[in-house]
Design a protein around this ligand. Sequence first.
Ligand code: ZN
Length: 316
Amino acid sequence: MTQKIALEEHFLSPGFEDYWKTTAGEITPDIFRQAVARLAEFGDLRLGQMDRDGIARAVLSIAGPGVQIEGDTAIAVRRARESNDFLAREIAKRPDRYAGFAHLPMQDAKAAADELERAMRDLRFVGAMINGHTNGQYLDHPSLYPFWERAEALGAVIYLHPADPPAAMPALEGTYGLKRATWEWGVETGSHALRLVFSGHFDRFPRATLMLGHLGEMMPYLLWRFDSRAAFYGVKLARRPSDYIRQNIVMTISGMYSAEPFDCAVGAVGHQRIMFATDYPFEPPGEASEFIDHVPLADDVRADICFNNAARLLGL
Ligand code: ZN
């Protein structure tokens, strides 16, 4: 079994259940209870699964959306800080097995930048996870430039995690099971990341690093089309969209344990930009490691995807 670093491994801080509950409406009460129990646990249950999966280190992040749906900015700032302090105390009990992504109050760019800096400098976190838009505002918004300046200066990896869209998509209404993780989150999150690419965000912040789950939220499959249509519509960028996707975006395999999209992503962006994640506790136990341990790959490529790429990028 290949040694691994896992990058989308969720937890809940005390009192954060109500934020999370807003995105968990379709989950049965039984599964909800089990998920909350696992999210709030940092001992034998979680470590035992990591051992079975060959995960040396899990980078923990809040199960979204957290304070990003908080209407009161002062409360968001305070509770994000409390959550990061809580996680830091848990990591301190097992610093050999855990690391952390900061939770940020994106309602306030300066407060978010300050908290990111505090989390990385004082708490030794390795970056941040942002759960989609914040009360309808996306990450390309000019009011957030001070945040991105700081993230770039800190060398922070920003993991853009799925969240519900600000408004329901009419095509997904009904009872077909297309909302949220089936399709809606992928469209929303891929669109969010493309706003950064097509708005020239990475011309403005060339050293920014965005991390996406789900093998890049469908982007690797569409690189040629983005370039083709950007030229067709006269999009003003210094480089092709695919260049930014290859140079400013990295991706994890979270929730995508299938060879066809995996091979597509490796071919499109290169295996050095792809990393391991299990989306604990939202995927069946063992499925991610079972996939990556057995998908046909050269041993050195497998080791890079499972461990070395993340170790290098995050300084672990
Ligand atoms: Zn997740």
